[in-house]
Design a protein around this ligand. Structure first.
Ligand code: NDP
Length: 330
């Protein structure tokens, strides 16, 4: 089987030469282990941080070693004493390789009758829970409020905007990086949307939400956060989910310059990690699963074929090539 290694750490922007596709022997599962043939895997922005040699909430990738990330695969062999059996689909954390040896105890069963396997990496998986937890737990969204979501055509953002509407937001505004993405946001039920290339974010947001916003779901940071700080009303909240504008560069961001406005407006800015919100999982699966079955919540996927194209898919994700969740099909 093949796997993708970190060949070198990026200097500035990441590039194809930072990755290597390597042929390795297919491993044998030991007791309590599963041999899984991956069928679809997730490509995620946080991986960019792990390519650098810096301490963070997840350890950095090692140069010369295989990358990892969320994946769904089929169990093709089992060691002694496993709960999962051959032929079952499982969700696990050892993507970026064709074959993975996964601990049976950490493999989550995937029911393809309920939703396609890829949904467990998107709307029904980590990005969906991120959107849900950010609005419900972190921002404390209340019916009737106005919400701004950046990165709104991506996996987390497109779900966050729709979930905000479904949970009673009066107005939801989204920003994204192209006219086609803006068009898609209107189709998904956003009340207003803009392409952040069309002018200063602060002006576009002021036009889209002339009465201000109550909640900002931040996927981008930098100029988007600065614009949101200026649009937020008294007692507004920011769910700090990501800051993708500053992931693929060594330069510190030039914005926000207006952080002190949080004082007079009594704003709350709260960073969060989805891993701390697992207590919401059952509620999330029930509520979001219901909306998906009922067709009230929709999701997009951008699928790239072949493990050898996974590095290009990841670099494309950082550039905004994806609509909805970026996936690699093996
Ligand atoms: P997306 O599907 O949103 O893909 C990333 C998108 O970011 C691209 O499609 C691109 O869209 C946009 N982007 C790239 N560069 C810029 C820029 N300079 N300014 C504005 N937008 C940019 O990825 P995810 O949904 O997986 O993740 C979204 C955010 O959520 C990320 O910041 C990620 O780190 C964060 N996250 C946080 C979690 C947590 O636990 N806190 C968990 C999961 C994700 P465009 O064309 O619009 O530019």
């Amino acid at each position: 089987g093949r796997e993708v290694h970190l060949a070198s750490r990026p200097a500035g922007r990441a590039g194809a030469d930072n990755f290597a596709v390597v042929e390795v022997p297919v491993p044998e599962p030991g007791p309590g282990q599963l041999l899984v043939r991956n069928v679809v895997m997730s490509v995620d922005p946080y991986m960019r941080g792990r390519m650098n040699d810096v301490k963070s909430y997840v350890p950095p990738f090692r140069v010369g070693a295989v990358l990892d990330g969320g994946a769904v695969g089929e169990v093709v062999a089992t060691g002694a004493g496993t709960r999962r059996q051959r032929g079952e689909l499982v969700l696990h954390g050892l993507g970026w390789r064709e074959y993975a040896v996964v601990d049976d105890a950490s493999a989550r069963p995937v029911d393809p009758e309920l939703a396609p396997p890829s949904a467990y990496l998107g709307a029904l998986g980590m990005p969906g829970l991120t959107a849900y937890a950010g609005l419900v737990d972190v921002a404390g969204l209340k019916p009737g409020e106005t919400v701004f979501v950046s990165g709104a055509a991506g996996a987390v953002g497109s779900l966050a905007g729709q979930i905000a509407k479904l949970r009673g937001a009066a107005r939801v505004v989204g920003s994204a990086g192209s006219a086609a993405k803006v068009q898609r946001l209107y189709e998904l039920g956003f009340d207003a949307a803009f392409d952040y290339h069309d002018g200063p974010v602060r002006e576009s947001l002021a036009a889209a939400a002339p009465d201000g916003i109550d909640v900002y779901f931040d996927n981008v940071g930098a100029d988007h956060l600065e614009a949101a700080l200026s649009a937020l009303r008294v007692h507004g909240r920011v769910a700090m989910c990501g800051a993708i504008a500053q992931y693929d560069t060594d330069e510190p961001p030039a914005a926000p310059r207006n952080l002190a406005s949080a004082i007079g407006k009594r704003l709350t800015l709260r960073g969060f990690l989805v891993s701390d919100h697992d207590h919401l999982r059952d509620e999330f699966v029930a509520e979001v699963g219901g909306w998906l079955r009922g067709g009230e919540l929709r999701y997009d996927e951008t699928v790239v074929d072949g493990l050898e194209n996974a590095p290009a898919a990841f670099l494309g994700l950082l550039r905004g090539d994806n609509l909805g969740k970026m996936l690699v099909r093996l």
